[in-house]
Design a binder for this molecule. Structure first.
Ligand code: SF4
Ligand code: SF4
Length: 239
């Protein structure tokens, strides 16, 4: 049985309430993204470099403070893949090998290299790149979305776990983030949390702790833990 708020004690939050808040935040960000995308395809936003740069810096600072929360709470792709789940995958116990995670770092490296060379050789305004190509951008987004959803048939959040280069950036930064998930000593080793983690971030061989690079603070494991042993805290806080 999951503990009540009284049993949780002062200062500890109720996971189901936090999960509901997370769903609302995800919805708001997804709606905002769709709104901006529609405006962009109408030619009013694409090429605006400063807002993109500011948002990227804000997301990185947030990751440094709270871990990979952008992926779990705000990313529109993460939200979509979070919501579209396949029953067969849900019931499957076997997960793809963790070594596949390296692909997102390789893709990140390739992306950075290609962008650097391209900007060095032919610095071009983003507006020029996208000018007159709105239909191409729209079709690419649709194809990408279908492909990312199809990959969810292999494993939950397959794209987020193994392929997303942006996730690779956040994974690197979250290794040194100030806030992280921990497991209290009263953990009864039931392993329920392992099956609940769609990022496959929990390691049963290490006291059910999670890989900070992979945990997106989605709260799912907190909602299923029968002994309320899981929490998040800052590095300077104690259990
Ligand atoms: S953290 Fe909670 S759900 Fe995970 S093994 Fe321990 S008691 Fe079970
Ligand atoms: S470890 Fe828990 S909070 Fe982190 S991604 Fe997995 S289920 Fe979500």
């Amino acid at each position: 049985m999951i503990a009540t708020q009284d049993q949780l004690g002062p200062g500890r939050y109720e996971p189901h309430k936090v999960r509901r808040i997370r769903q609302i935040v995800q919805f708001v960000f997804l709606a905002l993204f769709i709104f901006l995308l529609v405006k962009a395809l109408g030619g009013r936003v694409i090429g605006s470099f400063i807002p993109v740069l500011s948002m990227s810096i804000a997301a990185l600072v947030l990751t440094l403070l709270l871990g990979r929360v952008f992926c779990g709470w705000a990313c529109p792709v993460g939200t979509l893949l979070d919501w579209v789940r396949f029953k067969r995958v849900k019931e499957r116990k076997k997960q793809p090998p963790k070594q596949l995670r390296i692909i997102k770092y390789v893709l990140l490296l390739v992306l950075v290299a290609v962008l650097s060379v391209w900007l060095l050789l032919s610095p071009m305004d983003l507006k020029e790149v996208f000018h007159g190509r709105n239909m191409l951008v729209a079709v690419s987004i649709v194809i990408f979305t279908i492909a990312a959803i199809a990959l969810n048939m292999i494993a939950d959040l397959f794209f987020c776990r193994y392929l997303c280069p942006l996730g690779g950036v956040f994974a690197l930064v979250s290794r040194i983030s100030l806030r992280f998930r921990y497991v209290r000593v009263q953990c009864n080793k039931c392993a329920v949390c392992v099956g609940s983690c769609r990022m496959n971030a929990i390691d049963p061989r290490h006291q059910f702790e999670s890989d900070p690079a992979e945990c997106t603070a989605c709260i799912d494991c907190l909602t299923v833990c029968p002994s309320s042993s899981i929490g998040f805290h800052f590095r300077w806080q104690r259990n």
